[in-house]
Design a binder for this molecule. Structure first.
Ligand code: ATP
Length: 388
């Protein structure tokens, strides 16, 4: 893991006129991508990205491997140059500025603290390079380490720290210069699951404590994104495929890719029968009629996918419940705190998540399932890439 100003990869050191002064208060600046494209050897890997991140906002950039997430982040940091388009941090157009003049703090996947420097010197590095006075540096090092719970480790060397602790120091190093924006590129992916969960909670707390700090967070981990981010941007093939709050994207995915990428989704092919103008639609699935929520403009006769999350399916109690779906039990898997069931309805396999069952249904058993209309959303077929 490395702070952008620490430059283990050979980039220049900070201290340029555009960087925030060592005594400046931490004021968040927005980040604005305006039709930004990046190409490597003629191949476009970031395609006209337009995205505005508000001051103080935490935005997670997620998407499959190779979808352009890191490239977008590195474009903000100044490590790759867009072929076209502009990038702004706050009011400043930084497209032509070198990395050190952009006022960014950056933490990447493989913590790259300077091994020969103690924790305090690692954290102080950027401030020294900015020419900050000694007393400011000492106070800021303490403050930054306190933010990440590492104030007791001032004199340790990186080799004397665990991976999680090294990452905390790297985050403190990035924060010490009071960056305008914090760029995090898969900062937790080198950690094991338990430490990772703790770090997610710590990052959430850090964001609450530093309310003004703008964060752009690249991850392929949906849980991290859903937990931490105010808004999530989903990338696909170098393009922005969806943008919205975590709950909106999860509850009302704008396209099939988003539904399947963000958590598990059961997608049933249905045909719209009627829409009521108040966000409700009646749809046909084989010989059944269901009610669902329709957030897009849909018309009768239109082919759609009905998106039902596994935990929104439940075993039905009565025969007359609305949205009854008949299915055959395929398999059940006990997962400790839940049961994961696979069922088949009219030739389609669906996944269902329930609280642990004492007597799970046997394979082949006929089941009646229900789901709430407001939790079942419709995705128009052929929905293309959503712009930002
Ligand atoms: N320096 C480079 N030279 C040539 N191609 C590159 C370079 N860096 C990235 N690419 C290509 O650009 C595309 C986007 O890469 P990028 O690292 O932005 O993806 P990503 O979404 O961050 O992926 P991952 O989740 O695997 O890190 C990939 O096809 C990658 O191979």
């Amino acid at each position: 893991m490395s702070a952008a100003f620490a430059m283990p990869d050979g980039a220049p050191s900070p201290g340029a006129p555009g960087a925030p002064s060592p005594g400046a208060a931490p004021i968040g600046h927005g980040i604005r991508f305006d039709k930004v494209s990046v190409a490597y050897r003629g191949l476009t890997v970031l395609d006209t990205l337009t995205l505005a991140i508000e001051p103080g906002e935490f935005v997670a950039l997620i998407g499959p491997s190779g979808s352009g997430k890191t490239t977008a982040l590195r474009a903000v940091a100044g490590f790759v140059r867009p072929a076209s388009g502009r990038i702004r941090i706050g009011e400043t157009d930084v497209t032509d500025l070198p990395p050190y003049a952009r006022g960014i703090g950056m933490v990447v996947q493989n913590y790259a603290l300077f091994p020969h420097m103690r924790v305090s010197d690692n954290v102080a590095f950027g401030l020294h390079a900015q020419g900050a006075p000694k007393d400011i540096i000492a106070g800021r090092v303490q403050e930054s380490l306190r933010m990440v719970g590492m104030q007791a480790y001032l004199t340790r060397f990186p080799r004397e720290l665990s991976g999680g602790q090294q990452q905390r120091v790297a985050i403190a190093r990035a924060l010490a210069i009071r960056p305008r924006v914090l760029l995090l590129d898969e900062p937790l992916s080198a950690l094991d699951a338990q430490i990772r969960r703790n770090m997610v909670e710590e990052l959430a707390k850090l964001h609450r404590d530093l309310a003004g700090l703008t964060v752009l967070y690249v991850t392929h981990d949906q849980t991290e994104a859903l937990t931490l981010a105010d808004r999530v941007a989903i990338m696909r093939d170098g393009r922005l495929c969806a943008l919205g709050t975590s709950t909106d994207l999860y509850r009302r995915p704008p396209n099939r890719f988003t539904a399947e990428f963000l958590g598990r989704a059961n997608l049933l092919p249905v045909t719209v029968q009627a829409v009521d103008g108040a966000g409700r639609a009646e749809v046909r699935f084989g010989d059944r009629t269901f009610l669902a929520s329709a957030h897009d403009r849909l018309a009768a006769g239109q082919a759609c996918h009905l998106c039902i999350r596994p935990h929104d399916l439940a075993l039905a109690n009565g025969k007359d419940e609305p949205n009854l779906l008949h299915a055959d039990m395929v398999s059940a898997q006990w997962q400790g705190d839940s049961h994961s069931l696979v069922v088949a309805a009219q030739g389609h396999e669906l996944r269902m998540l329930s609280a642990p069952l004492d007597h799970p249904p046997r394979p082949g058993e006929r089941l009646a399932l229900r789901f709430p209309a407001e939790r079942a959303s419709l995705i128009a077929e052929e929905a293309g890439h959503a712009g930002g």
